[in-house]
Design a protein around this ligand. Structure first.
Ligand code: ARG
Length: 568
């Protein structure tokens, strides 16, 4: 039972005695003098019943069973303020200590496909992909922790014109000069030994050459041939795709991101033909200047939203086409009841268009379609983040910068790695995802302030203390108790964890978990400064509190995808 549920249960009978037939809504009091929780449901109920809200509030307050509360009072126009007894807090905290879920509730097992990461074959991972990996992985853990049945999929960008451009790059690298047989140049090239850096170079070469209309048209032709299964192109593509996937898998592992499926845009290819036939047969698509489009409106789209183009006049499929076909597969084959897409906010219109087309076609089958957008990482100059030489930062650059900084204060290389990744992730997840943030390595790696290392350090400090006590035969008490004001405050912060988890899951907002972890660590440092633990009269009692705090911080960091070490 959470702190909110416990108080709600106590209010329910008082509510029914007064014929108030809504559930009491309880929120955290904004100031300590208002107690721990506040109920705001009385004003609306009084209005409906045509009675004075303050009178109703007083009468309800009198009817509340006082067992859990040290004080119940009425304030303002009819708020009920509730202060919990220390014993109530201690027993809830004891229950939390014993529960691996830390009192969080798990619900229904909704089948959820989580689409994140979304790197592209042959293109270097950049800051935007870092955000998708980091936020996506955190959402994966948050949703699992609330009981969802999550299937994560990377949705690799491995299809479409970008592959035609890559193949042009391969040809150029292997002697093709723009005239002559492009297929011959590609078949002579052995791409199986190419590294990801080579692939990046091929793509850049091909992409730049496509500024020329003729080369671009070659890229289009190669794209079409590849999609039609041309054996030489397929073989080259397959080999390059697999080199790229190996690299992506390594990066994902370094970042602690887990993908249940490593599917790509290409895996929707077989679906596209039949899908378009179906959409034509049911008149979901219309023809417009030789292209096939779905007109979209409503669904949160801006007025005069452009139609979603599914087939261009030259017959080519587009990004939205593979997305729609993939969505259909996810609902039909994976039985998705919800699909969550974690991408950059510049794709908002694209996603909304695909969702609207899917609903018109009935491909969603009632599933929830959710776009979880995030903002831009900026440099200290406020512009999109670039490295010093002006190149948009790759993920590798960022990790290297953070690791270098962490290594200067931590001798143990494993700890330095955990701290570097933690710093990077916390800087990303610590602010609401839409806001974006300023990339500042010095600040993110600092052991002071609202940072990953600060939280990891708080955890390590407690873990070392528990280990030290255990070595001398002192163990945490089985029950949590309260012996000072700071201890009470700290436990209350821990007890709000389940609400933070539920809210983070509802709003797809990992920063709520980051904030909770920070508030707990901050309350811990006040407790630790004011109340000795190992030197106190009853070390096991205070160790019980410490051990709960360590558990909650560790869980929050896990939800953010951040590791901990027991010694720093
Ligand atoms: N590959 C895309 C990019 O780099 C992201 C893919 C996002 N997922 C999706 N289903 N569209 O921008």
């Amino acid at each position: 039972m959470t702190i909110v549920k416990a108080a709600q249960a106590a209010l329910e009978s008082a509510f029914s005695q007064h014929a108030i037939d809504v559930d009491p809504v309880l929120v955290r009091s904004t100031r300590p003098e208002f107690g721990d929780l506040q109920c705001n449901s009385i004003m609306a109920a009084a209005k409906r019943a045509g009675v004075n809200p303050r009178d109703l509030a007083s009468s309800v307050a009198d009817a509340i069973n006082p067992a859990l509360f040290a004080d119940v009072s009425v304030a303002g126009p009819g708020f009920i303020n509730l202060s919990l007894k220390d014993s109530t807090i201690a027993s809830l905290a004891t229950a939390q200590l014993l529960d691996p879920a830390l009192l969080a509730e798990r619900s229904g097992g909704e089948r959820t496909v989580l689409d994140f990461g979304g790197p592209n074959v042959a293109k270097a991972l950049h800051v935007g992909h870092l955000r998708s990996f980091v936020i996506g992985e955190s959402l994966r853990r948050i949703l699992i922790e609330t009981g969802a049945d999550v299937v994560s999929d990377i949705h690799l960008g491995d299809w479409g014109l970008q592959m035609g451009k890559l193949l042009v790059g391969v040809a150029l690298e292997h002697g093709w000069k723009g005239d002559g047989d492009v297929l011959e140049a590609i078949s002579a090239a052995d791409v199986s030994t190419a590294t990801v850096d080579d692939l990046g170079r091929f793509y850049k070469l091909g992409n730049a050459a496509c500024d020329d209309e003729d080369v671009l048209s070659t890229a289009r032709t190669l794209t079409a041939l590849l999609q039609d299964g041309h054996p030489v192109l397929r073989a080259a593509w397959k080999s390059m795709r697999s080199t790229s996937v190996d690299d992506v898998v390594r990066t994902a592992a370094a970042l602690g991101a887990r993908f249940d499926l490593l599917l790509g845009e290409s895996d929707a290819h077989e679906e596209i033909g039949p899908m378009l036939e179906d959409l034509i047969a049911r008149s979901v698509v219309v023809e417009s200047e030789g292209a096939l489009v779905v007109p979209v409106a409503g669904d949160g789209l801006p007025e005069k939203a452009p139609p979603v183009i599914l087939r261009k006049s030259d017959g080519a499929a587009l990004y939205a086409t593979t997305d729609l076909a993939t969505l259909r597969q996810r609902v039909r084959d994976l039985k998705a009841q919800r699909i969550v897409y974690c991408t950059d906010d510049r794709q908002a219109l694209q996603m909304a268009g695909v969702f609207s087309a899917a609903r018109q076609a009935g491909y969603d089958d009632g599933a929830d379609l959710v776009h979880v957008p995030f903002g831009t990482v900026r440099g200290r100059d406020g512009k999109p983040f670039k490295t010093r030489d002006g190149v948009a930062a790759t993920l590798g650059d960022l990790l290297a910068a953070a690791t270098e900084k962490a290594s200067s204060s931590l001798a143990d290389p494993t700890a330095a790695q955990v701290v570097a990744i933690g710093a990077l992730k916390f800087a990303d997840l610590g602010t609401p995802r839409r806001t974006g943030y300023v990339f500042d390595v010095d600040k993110m790696i600092s052991f002071e302030g609202r940072t990953g290392p600060y939280l990891q350090y708080a955890y390590a400090r407690i873990a070392s203390m528990l280990d030290k006590a255990a070595a001398s035969g002192t163990f945490p008490a089985a029950e949590v108790s309260i012996s000072c004001r700071e201890e009470r405050d700290l436990l209350v912060e821990c007890l709000w964890y389940p609400e933070a988890l539920a809210s983070a899951a509802r709003s797809y907002e990992p920063s709520e978990i980051a904030e909770r972890a920070w508030l707990i660590a901050d309350a811990f440092s006040r407790f630790y400064a004011a109340c000795p633990v190992l030197q106190s009269e009853d070390p096991p009692a205070r160790l019980a509190t410490c051990s709960l705090v360590a558990k909650v911080i560790e869980k929050c960091l896990w939800l953010l995808g951040i590791g901990v070490v027991r010694r720093m």
